[in-house]
Design a binder for this molecule. Structure first.
Ligand SMILES: C[S@@+](CC[C@H](N)C(=O)[O-])C[C@H]1O[C@@H](n2cnc3c(N)ncnc32)[C@H](O)[C@@H]1O
Ligand SMILES: O=C(O)C(=O)C[C@]1(C(=O)O)C=C[C@@H](O)C=C1
Length: 247
């Protein structure tokens, strides 16, 4: 069955409200994110592959800002280390409810998957436990800029030796010409995926105050400030990228 199509912004809105992860968004989210984020399926599946390289036996794995649990599901497909457990966290009640249903469906179809628990919580308030892998898949960009360093520092402090943070984000570019070009290419990607000019413009207005991307240089510097020793870019598609940060 096809997932419901994202038509949330296809009619003119008198006033475009700020974007929130509510039930309307949850209903169309798999379609929305696939048609909006270049490289999303590759990032999700390979987050599972990367997690399998860094997961330590008998350790905790976090998926922070899990939405419907796409990364959690990928990690369950790939991680084979003994005794691992996934904790998936989101502060949207609608996301958490649907995420639990999806993970139960995955449980029903496969045997011997890693146990996964979904918690409704603000990741800024969450008491993190020692862990070997943390995924922040397009979540940090929704955290207030002033709180990003503290969150990454807390993650770094709980990361076990040999573990990793997988950080995927939309990028902005310090160079204005590069920024314009890659932004234009992203719009071309959205058009190619069936979004109209109206949908693109209204979505941009909805996210412009709530989703604030950083540049690659800002990410590298902040990860270093948070105490990570090594940071590597492992994926980029247009203006969306994923980094791996190691203790
Ligand atoms: C773009 S979505 C993430 C997509 C998801 N990781 C995936 O791979 O499909 C951002 C998610 O972060 C969640 N979020 C934003 N701020 C949060 C916070 N402070 N605590 C927990 N979740 C948060 C939102 O509710 C939303 O579900
Ligand atoms: O940058 C955009 O135009 C987007 O739509 C991006 C983005 C994201 O990166 O999370 C924004 C909100 C939705 O969750 C899906 C995609």
């Amino acid at each position: 069955m096809q997932p419901p199509r994202d038509t949330l912004f296809d009619t003119p809105l008198h006033q475009v409200p700020d974007f929130v992860f509510n039930e309307d968004v949850v209903r169309v989210f798999p379609d929305m994110i696939k048609r909006s984020v270049p490289g999303y399926p590759a990032i999700v599946e390979n987050s599972g592959v990367l997690a399998a390289q860094f997961a330590r036996p008998d350790s905790l794995i976090y998926d922070l800002g899990c939405s419907l649990g796409a990364v959690t599901q990928a990690m369950r497909r790939h991680v084979r280390q003994h005794g691992c457990r996934i904790v998936a966290v989101d502060n949207s009640a609608a996301m958490v409810e649907r995420c639990r249903e999806y993970l139960q469906a995955q449980d029903a179809m496969h045997q011997e998957l890693l146990p996964a628990e979904v918690i409704e919580a603000d990741i800024l308030q969450l008491q993190l436990q020692p862990c070997s892998v943390v995924a922040l898949n397009f979540t940090l960009q929704f955290i207030a800029p002033g709180q990003r360093l503290e969150l990454l520092t807390r993650i770094r402090q709980q990361l076990l030796p040999g573990g990793a943070l997988i950080l995927s984000e939309k990028l902005r570019f310090a160079d204005e010409t590069e920024h314009q070009l890659l932004n234009e290419l992203h719009l071309a990607f959205k058009r190619a995926n069936g979004y109209s000019e109206l949908e693109i413009a209204q979505k941009r207005r909805a996210i412009e105050k709530v989703m604030l991307p950083d540049s690659l240089e800002e990410h590298r510097q902040r990860l270093q400030d948070a105490g990570f020793g090594r940071v590597h870019l492992w994926f980029q598609c247009i203006n969306f990228a994923s980094l791996i940060a190691l203790p």
